[in-house]
Design a protein around this ligand. Sequence first.
Ligand SMILES: CC(C)(COP(=O)(O)OP(=O)(O)OC[C@H]1O[C@@H](n2cnc3c(N)ncnc32)[C@H](O)[C@@H]1OP(=O)(O)O)[C@@H](O)C(=O)NCCC(=O)NCCS
Length: 221
Amino acid sequence: MNRAGVGQGAGDPDADEAALQQALDAMASAGVALACRAIRAGDEAALLPAEAVSIASTRPDRRRASGAARLAARDLLRARGIGACAIPRAPSGEPIWPEGWTGSLAHDRIWAVAALGRVGEVGSLGIDVEPAEPLPDDILALVVRPDDRLPAPGSPLDARLVFSAKEAVYKATFPLHRRILDYDDIAIDLPRGFATTRTGHAARLFHTSTPCIVTLAVVEP
Ligand SMILES: CC(C)(COP(=O)(O)OP(=O)(O)OC[C@H]1O[C@@H](n2cnc3c(N)ncnc32)[C@H](O)[C@@H]1OP(=O)(O)O)[C@@H](O)C(=O)NCCC(=O)NCCS
């Protein structure tokens, strides 16, 4: 996914991270901690052995992004007293968290983000990161479906927010139903910050659009 701007060479990664972290802290819901990392050369080396073997992709950029996401997640765990622990990728894709914790990871070409919550305080979490750019028209028609509700008046970023929300909801609900959902299977109500799925699950939605789009989906316990 291409993105111009934040974190793309022009900026200082530390300053960019501080700006996004501030936005994440402002959007986080109760009981959920969020962290970000501007993906840096060499982040693939942060993958612990159990993680390195669990990630099938051999693409260096994908492995670098996965390493960066785990660095962000480990920062969150460390702040809660959990020492260096692996967060492998299950064969079905979802990250495997240490006992008592749940969370979600996402990355694009620039950013890696992580969400973490305590089992019992949250049911399940999903996170997504996207460039703050309108969704191309050909993709928009696939993503925004009749059951989705957008604000009026709208913004050019609304369809991208729906896309991001569907990815986050998919990640939050997959561990609960273990089914592959299509865009038609998830209904997003942007004004209410709420999503429902054809599998009967519901999630609250939180997002920021600056400096990039990050959506958090939270399923109640
Ligand atoms: C999970 C998915 C929605 C998003 O993946 P993506 O855009 O390639 O990449 P993202 O950076 O947003 O997320 C990647 C992370 O999602 C997590 N993930 C992957 N599959 C997952 C699943 N089934 N459930 C929960 N989390 C999952 C992993 O932690 C992964 O990071 P890792 O490879 O470093 O471990 C996509 O890979 C997928 O499985 N799609 C199939 C269903 C679909 O697209 N339906 C239409 C939209 S709802």
